[in-house]
Every structure is written in C-alpha cells, then in structure tokens.
Ligand binder design. Structure first.
Ligand code: CUA
Length: 173
C-alpha cells in the first residue's frame, strides 16, 4: 500500500515537472513580437529592482537600530532587592520617599513571577519579570505618596493571587 502511494505521488510529481519544463521551453520573449516594448520594459524593471534593493537595505539597516529601551540616566539609585517565591514577595525595603530614584533588582527563587507595582489608585506603574537565576533591574521614581502594592503578574501556581507586598511611599523632608 505504502509503495503504491509513493509511486502515484512520484508519477504525479513527474507529470507536474514535465508540464513545467514544457511551459518554460515554449514561453519566453520572441524579439519579433515586441522588441521595442521589451527593451523599455527591461529598463523600467531594472531601475525598479535597484530601487527595491536600495529600499530593502535601508529598511534592514534601520531595523537593526537597537530597540529604544530608555537608557538609565540615574547616577546612583537606591537599590532594593526584590525576590519572588511561591507565594510571596520579599523586599529589601518597603519604604521609599517621593522623588527618590530606586532600582529594584528583581529575581525569583523558584519559577517565573511577574513583578508589578500598582499605585494607590490601583494603576500599574512599572513591571518586570522575576526570573530564577537572573536579576532584572527596574528603575522607578515614585511621584506621589501613598500605599503602593506589588502583585504577581504571571500565573505561578495555586496561591498566585496571594503574592502581595506593600511599599510605603512618603513625602521626603
Ligand atoms: Cu507569582 Cu504569580
């Protein structure tokens, strides 16, 4: 059965190939038909081709420009270690002053978690991944005082929803 299917397939492929060769043999420009037009056509086609290639090179070069991640302009932010595990957050510190540049070093002890900071109005203000064996840096400068919450943004098991930590942001002196 397998063999006959293979044979039929090969026969079909041979037929398509033969048809292809026939068409290629019997087509192609015949100068007596359209000599002048063809010449003009080729000229247009050549410049169109050159233009497309140039455009392709430009677009490729442009797309290689590094992804515009915001460069960190903060000289010496306060470092706060943030570690996620099933199912809690551990923050090196949970109180920050308004306007104080903070850099969270975010990692995980087990699986991937999503480290997300929510403002007092429950709007998300910053987030990054908490990954085992890797530290992600997240620069945040809190602009308003209040109670902020850290929630997990990536489903990580049964008690995913209970990964909540608080950050107290106070007015500086
Ligand atoms: Cu950790 Cu969801």
């Amino acid at each position: 059965m397998q063999i006959s299917i293979l044979l039929v397939t090969l026969l079909g492929m041979a037929f398509v190939a033969a048809a292809f060769v026939f068409v290629v043999r019997n087509s192609g420009p015949r100068d007596e038909d359209y000599g002048g037009v063809a010449k003009r056509g080729y000229l247009i086609r050549r410049w169109w081709m050159i233009g497309l290639c140039a455009l392709g090179v430009l677009v490729s070069a442009w797309s290689l420009i590094p992804f515009p991640l915001q460069a960190s302009s903060v000289e010496s932010p306060r470092i706060i270690q943030a570690t996620g595990r099933q199912w809690s957050w551990e923050l090196g510190s949970s109180s920050v002053e308004v306007g104080e540049p903070v850099r969270f070093r975010v990692t995980s002890l087990d699986v991937n978690h999503g480290f997300a900071i929510y403002g007092p109005d429950d709007q998300i203000i910053a987030q990054t991944q908490a990954m085992p064996g890797y530290s992600n840096e997240l620069d945040v400068t809190f602009e308003r005082a209040g109670k902020y919450r850290v929630l997990c943004l990536e489903y990580c098991g049964l008690a995913h929803h209970s990964m909540i930590a608080e950050i107290d942001v106070t007015e500086g002196r």
